[in-house]
Design a protein around this ligand. Structure first.
Ligand code: NDP
Length: 493
């Protein structure tokens, strides 16, 4: 389907158009540091065109379409998506360097997200509210309107699925603005929406700079809602930009997830999860267990296992199916990760494995970095407090439940947490005390279409996925109808 597909057009109002602003830019392959394709970049005027198309579709064919037909279209799309997993994974991996085995696995799940949301499209009823006999009160639910979906570079297709699935099921129309370093897969996605038969303007895709195209999307008066995944600092800018229009926002932001291993845990399984999660996506995911909290009696054993497993991670070209870990997605992220290695050393943490850029034969020029392990990390060190977004595990010792909980809750973030223990009572006690939107017990990063996902504290506002994932795209209207038609004269006496 994508043979010969050119990424040098924007998808607006059902047409492939040249950018009015922005132009065409090379997209960089992080495995080589060299361009691999030319991608259209839109400016403010392109966003204006896209919003106008989305508004026209919202007020026209999309609103008029019965919800079961909307659902059927979304199912068409989901089925088509399932046939293109390999192609989408290749494109995404070229753009962000994620190992192809991971891209395929992740993108292979997305059609289920679209199917699940499609199945809800015609079930978005309201409720009848018990009142006295003089009125009939009920609620109905309505799409908020045009949605601006702004996505990050680490998981472009996943972030798109989490936003477009519920937005379209709810009856909204969408302008999708992917991250500037990973725009290609979102244009491929547009091609699938076109092929699935969506009316023009329901889905529009405009890659572009965040500070130009993204900012225009946020401030546009016809955009009812921004669904954003990215950094907290960007979310704060978005809040300020959208203040004048009181644009609704949901935010999926960063994390510094604690992965807590108690001494009574099944250690091998805990290690599988903890090491896998430390280095998945080359460390570039918000829910990874980047802080590993280990009960002191098993601390040395866990540190040694991390050191040994770091040596087994096959870092290599991301399109090679044998590769476990690809490069960092862009040069700035590589610099950021390496700078945190320096910070960790300066803070007195013990570098047990990795810490260097990899520049060996075959990987020269790419943004590769070694899987990295710091031991003897204190909870207040910067490498334990700040999101690095690189393959850097910070292993912190603790004594007992209270200290584990205190350390787990000691960062500004509250996205996800994991805990490993064979004591069910402890699992409940600790899970209940952790400040996070998600807690996994004796498993990690189990994320599905039906399980609400999102953070507390500085990790975000609102939830994606699950039934809760539809709420931000819907308004509730309360209608109250008199059964008597009588209204007393307030000035009768
Ligand atoms: P950024 O916040 O830098 O960018 C996210 C998106 O926002 C990009 O499309 C970006 O465009 C755009 N943007 C930038 N500035 C503005 C602006 N002023 N107005 C509107 N849009 C703007 O995040 P990253 O792409 O660096 O993604 C990494 C972050 O995402 C990490 O902190 C990570 O934890 C978080 N994340 C959270 C997830 C979650 O579910 N909680 C999941 C995945 C990632 P441009 O690319 O041009 O800058």
């Amino acid at each position: 389907m994508f043979d010969g597909f050119a990424f040098d057009r924007l998808f607006i109002g059902g047409e492939w158009v040249k950018p009015l602003g922005g132009g065409v830019r090379p997209s960089i392959d992080p495995a080589t540091g060299a361009p691999w394709g030319d991608v259209a970049f839109g400016g403010a005027r392109d966003i204006d065109r896209a919003v106008a198309a989305a508004k026209a579709a919202f007020e026209g064919p999309w609103r008029a379409m019965p919800p079961w037909e909307r659902a059927a279209l979304l199912r068409n799309f989901a089925d088509l998506y399932a046939t293109q997993v390999d192609a989408l994974a290749q494109i995404e991996t070229r753009d962000n360097g994620r190992a192809i085995r991971e891209s395929r696995g992740d993108i292979g799940l997305h059609s289920q997200y679209y199917h699940w949301f499609a199945s809800l499209a015609d079930k978005l009823g309201g409720r009848t509210i018990p009142m006295d006999d003089s009125v009939h009160a009920f609620t109905t639910r309505h799409p908020v309107g045009v949605v601006g979906a702004i996505t990050p570079w680490n998981v472009p297709m996943m972030a798109a699925a989490w936003k477009l699935g519920p937005a379209l099921a709810a009856g909204c129309t969408v302008v999708l603005k992917p991250a500037e370093s990973t725009p290609a897969s979102s244009l491929a996605l547009a091609k699938l929406f076109e092929a699935a038969g969506f009316p023009p303007g329901v889905v529009n895709v405009v890659p572009g700079d965040g500070t130009v195209a993204g900012a225009r999307l946020v401030e546009h008066p016809d955009v009812a809602k921004i669904s954003f995944t990215g950094e907290g600092s960007t979310a704060k800018t978005i809040l300020k930009t959208g203040a004048d229009t009181l644009t609704r926002c949901t935010f999926e932001l960063g994390g510094k997830a604690p992965h807590i291993i108690f001494a009574d845990a099944d250690i091998e399984n805990a290690l599988n999860a903890a090491t896998g999660s430390a280095w998945a996506l080359c460390g570039q995911s918000c829910a990874l267990g980047s802080r590993v909290l280990v009960e002191r009696s098993i601390y040395d054993r866990v540190v040694e296992a991390f050191r040994e497993r770091a040596g087994r991670v096959r870092v290599g070209m991301p399109l090679d199916p044998a590769t476990h870990m690809g490069p960092q997605a862009h040069a700035q992220q590589l610099d950021k990760t390496l700078s945190y290695v320096g910070i960790g050393r300066d803070e007195g943490a013990q570098l047990v494995a990795g810490g260097n850029r990899i520049d060996r034969d075959g990987l020269t020029g790419g943004y590769f970095v070694e899987p990295t392990v710091f031991a003897d990390v204190r909870a207040d060190m910067r490498i334990a407090q700040e999101e690095i977004f690189g393959p850097v595990a910070a292993i912190i010792p603790f004594d007992g439940e209270d200290e584990a909980v205190r350390i787990a809750n000691s960062t500004p973030y509250g996205l996800a947490a994991g805990l490993w223990s064979s004591d069910t009572g402890r699992a409940h006690r600790v899970a209940a005390r952790i400040e996070a939107g998600m807690v996994w017990v004796n498993t990690y990063r189990y994320i599905r279409w039906s399980t609400p996902y999102g953070g507390v504290k500085q990790s975000g506002w609102g939830r994606e996925n699950g039934l809760e994932g539809l709420d931000p795209f819907l308004e509730t209207k309360t209608t109250i109808i008199s059964t008597t038609g009588k209204f007393p004269d307030p000035f009768a006496s």
